[in-house]
Design a protein around this ligand. Structure first.
Ligand SMILES: NC(=O)c1ccc[n+]([C@@H]2O[C@H](COP(=O)([O-])OP(=O)(O)OC[C@H]3O[C@@H](n4cnc5c(N)ncnc54)[C@H](OP(=O)(O)O)[C@@H]3O)[C@@H](O)[C@H]2O)c1
Length: 262
């Protein structure tokens, strides 16, 4: 909920959101903007980025969009440099850029495997490293890595994705421990099943949809806006003594331990 008190939480902070043109990244960026932050949206498709920026109810001068491929270190370096040139600092990094490739493990080529892990794991790591160069100088920073409930459970036909999400959880702990002395907090948000562009086809298939809806005690899929409160909390001073944690926003799926809904 946007009100004046919320706007103070991140007043004039600067937040970089990779995957900012996507559904979850955009929702997280909107939440940060509503809490007073200036926003940098970064993903590859310029058209989607432009539409995303226009949908944020923050003065357009407080938003920067940059077309960036997180698998390219030069582009990642440029992203952080341009952010600092425009806004002077980087207070928050959200790593929400990601892809999903669903096929049986036996059919994964090396190229398939690499494409998922280069984006979801290596891309996220090098964004953290590049942002942390600035955060270390500032002696403060908040990094929020988007992982997934698949950091905790296996789902068939998603071997590379599941492996990468488990690795993100561990990476966040490694960085949290290493960078605590620099005043940088690193935490993960793990969405459950959210209805987004990435999962359109999953939701379109009645059989698949029903099979996982059964596992969600709250009886509904996640909406990107469900991530807003936790995003602002982890980006703000309210969470200063929390680091290396993964928090799942999954309607109770993990808590149910796979038992059926009711
Ligand atoms: N939807 C779910 O149920 C769910 C659950 C758990 C976790 N997640 C994670 O949440 C994140 C956002 O996903 P979403 O559901 O919002 O899907 P989405 O709408 O497809 O968003 C994915 C975003 O990642 C960007 N991206 C992909 N490859 C990139 C690259 N190489 N460089 C820069 N940006 C790249 C995409 O933009 P471009 O293609 O324009 O670059 C897009 O902005 C992903 O990391 C996903 O794994 C999703």
């Amino acid at each position: 909920m946007v009100n004046e008190k919320n706007r103070q939480l991140l007043r004039d902070k600067v937040a970089v959101v990779t995957g900012g043109g996507g559904d979850i990244g955009l929702a997280m960026a909107k939440a940060l903007g509503d809490a007073g932050a200036r926003i940098v949206l970064a993903s590859r498709d310029r058209e989607r980025l432009g539409a995303a920026a226009e949908s944020i109810s923050v003065e357009q001068s407080r938003i920067l969009t940059l077309s960036v491929d997180v698998t390219d270190n030069e582009q990642v370096e440029l992203l952080m440099r341009r952010t600092v040139e425009k806004f002077g600092q980087i207070d928050v990094l959200v790593t929400a850029a990601g892809i999903q490739l669903r096929k049986p493990a036996m059919e994964f080529s090396r190229e398939d495997w690499d494409s998922v892990l280069n984006t979801n794991l290596s891309g996220a790591f090098f964004c953290c490293q590049e942002a942390a160069k600035h955060m270390i100088e500032q002696k403060s920073g908040k990094i929020i890595m988007v992982s997934s409930l698949t950091a905790e459970i296996g789902i068939p036909d998603m071997a590379a994705y599941v492996a990468g999400r488990g690795a993100i959880k561990q990476l966040s702990k490694a960085l949290a421990v290493e960078w605590a002395k620099h005043g940088i907090n690193v935490n993960c948000i793990g969405p459950g099943r959210f209805r987004t562009k990435m999962t359109e086809d999953v939701f379109a298939d009645d059989e698949v949809r029903n099979s996982f809806m059964e596992l969600i005690p709250m009886g509904r899929a996640g909406r990107p806006s469900d991530l807003a409160g936790l995003t602002v909390f982890l980006a703000s001073g309210l969470s200063d003594y929390i680091t290396g944690q993964s928090i799942y926003v999954d309607g109770g799926w993990l808590a149910s331990g796979g038992s059926s809904k009711r």
